[in-house]
Design a binder for this molecule. Structure first.
Ligand code: HEM
Length: 489
């Protein structure tokens, strides 16, 4: 990076030259500092306000800009302009993260990784705010604050607490699938470049004829999957707490631009009613035999941000950033997230966060909103445009041609329906996953689990073993032996 302007004077924020940036103004050489030292006051007052809240989850991350390209035609599934023709390209931004660690946490921890990608399309920003696993710990958004408290610090000791964590997980049998993945050999990626990404939820695609298909998004790494063992990760952290961020930054600086291929799984709308798994259950995957991967496109990350705070810390992703032709599903977790991210952005970055360049839909052919005012409105605030719709000026009206087909719900009652009464199969997919593992991978799973659960109550360890055994008796037995070997039981 080159620095220009080296010859210009140091100024205050108001543009006046700074006279002395080394010595405060004092009453006499040994006397007190004066309030009229305006530069001192400005410099310290700005410093006092430099920190914005960290993300509630996924606080530690790294990001980069890149390019997405459509390689295969899915325009029969979606009317999204981005997918209108093979060869279409758009600029994009990606942020990868760990989940539980705070802003200063070590990267190489056993944890899920966030995989958030933003496509700057001509119809607005489309965000896929996913993870490196296709499933999640639970399937109701009411549980998310509890998950946060389970994996973060104990209120009294401010330490991570295995009992808080595992006591919670083991009380939710539906968590076992995700727990098994996090405790497996894939639980610590070697770097952000060496992992897949998943939209995880079921979304919908809507085509020009108004037909809806359910869809899952998969981003498969072209760098290959690479992971760290617990011992390797400990050695990495001892030397480097920023191993993931450093790896991504340095690879891009070297011109090694990491790439991922986008695939979709497509389910006809009517199949959802009869599919053998709950199609909107985030603790489950769709079988690739039932709904094979269809290749769609690829992206590469090719530019590091010039300023981390400006672009990465201020990035505000939301699953609610959708474009015509790509939409939601009844997945309860997705529904909860549609609210949560915009809400978090307004708190963390401010109501006008859309104006920040990384969040701005700069590729949108028109950006015509009547939103006005609010803190830090710096884009002219729509000038003298009257902020009413409908209006008699023929200006900026709604676009019914983009309406989605209605979602048939039948006769419904609003209530707190227990998901478990709808689908209480917690173990089939975990069993399938466990049986796909080699003996060596199963062994890693047993011992990773044992080391992680050590410190939880014996009753919690027993409950986990019971849950594992319900998936496969040899899973439970393996975890028991490993727990005994490492002193977790
Ligand atoms: C970050 C809420 C589930 C992926 C966040 C943030 C919140 C949040 C408040 C911080 C956002 C910010 O300050 O900008 C929730 C809620 C969930 C949920 C309420 C469940 C109801 C999930 C799931 C995934 C996910 C299931 C992945 C499939 C992410 C990612 C980030 C994030 C990748 C970081 C985005 C970035 O890089 O800026 N989540 N989350 N979350 N969440 Fe979730």
């Amino acid at each position: 990076m080159t620095f220009t302007d080296n010859t210009k004077p140091l100024t205050t924020a108001a543009g006046a030259p700074v006279v002395d940036n080394q010595n405060s103004m004092t009453a006499g050489a040994r006397g007190p500092v004066l309030l009229q030292d305006l530069w001192l006051i400005e410099k310290i007052a700005h410093f006092d306000r430099e920190v914005i809240p960290e993300r509630r989850m996924h606080a530690k991350g790294a990001g980069a800009f890149g390019t997405f390209r459509v390689t295969h035609d899915i325009s029969h599934f979606t009317r999204a302009a981005l997918f209108g023709a093979v060869g279409n390209e758009c600029a994009m931004f990606a942020r990868f993260s760990t989940v539980a660690g705070e802003r200063g946490a070590a990267d190489a921890e056993r944890d899920i990784r966030g995989f958030a990608v933003r496509f700057y399309t001509e119809e607005g920003n489309w965000d896929v705010v996913g993870n490196n696993t296709p499933v999640f710990f639970h399937r109701d958004p009411l549980k998310f604050p509890d998950l946060n408290r389970a994996v973060k610090r104990d209120p009294r000791t401010n330490l991570r607490n295995p009992e808080n964590n595992w006591g919670y997980w083991t009380n939710l049998p539906e968590a076992l699938h995700q727990v098994t993945i996090v405790m497996s050999d894939r639980g610590i990626p070697r770097s952000y470049r060496h992992m897949h990404g998943f939209g995880s939820h079921t979304f919908s695609l809507i085509n020009a004829a108004g037909e809806r298909h359910w869809v899952k998004f998969h981003f498969r790494t072209r760098q290959g999957i690479q992971n760290l063992t617990d011992a390797e990760a400990a050695a990495v952290i001892a030397e480097d707490r920023e191993s993931h961020g450093r790896d991504l930054f340095e690879a891009i600086e070297r011109g090694e631009h990491p790439r991922w291929t986008l695939f979709v799984q497509i389910m006809p709308e009517a199949d959802a009613a009869t599919y053998r798994f709950h199609p909107f259950d985030l603790t489950k995957v769709w079988s690739k035999k039932d709904y094979p991967l269809i290749e769609v496109g690829e992206f590469e990350l090719n530019r590091n941000p010039d300023n981390y705070f400006a672009d990465v810390e201020q990035a505000a992703f939301t699953p609610a950033n959708l474009v015509p032709g790509i939409s939601v599903s009844p997945d309860r977790m997705l529904q909860g997230r549609l609210f949560s991210y915009g809400d978090a952005a307004r708190y963390r970055v401010g109501v006008n966060h859309h104006q920040i360049p990384v969040n701005h839909p700069h590729a949108a052919t028109g950006l015509n909103t009547y939103h006005r005012d609010g803190a830090m409105r710096v884009d002219g605030n729509q000038g003298g445009v009257p902020g009413v719709e409908p209006n008699n000026f023929g200006r900026w009206s709604e676009q019914p041609s983009y309406a989605e087909p209605g979602t048939g719900l039948g006769p419904v009652t609003a209530d707190h329906f227990d998901f478990r009464e709808d689908d209480d199969d917690y173990y089939t997919q975990t069993r399938d996953l466990f049986r796909l593992m080699t003996a060596e991978q199963q062994d890693a799973l047993f011992f990773n689990t044992a080391r992680a659960i050590r410190g939880a109550r014996a009753s919690t360890v027993e409950r986990h073993i019971e849950n594992c055994s319900l998936a496969d008796p040899s899973y439970g037995e393996g975890v028991r032996k490993a727990c005994e070997a490492v002193g977790a039981l």
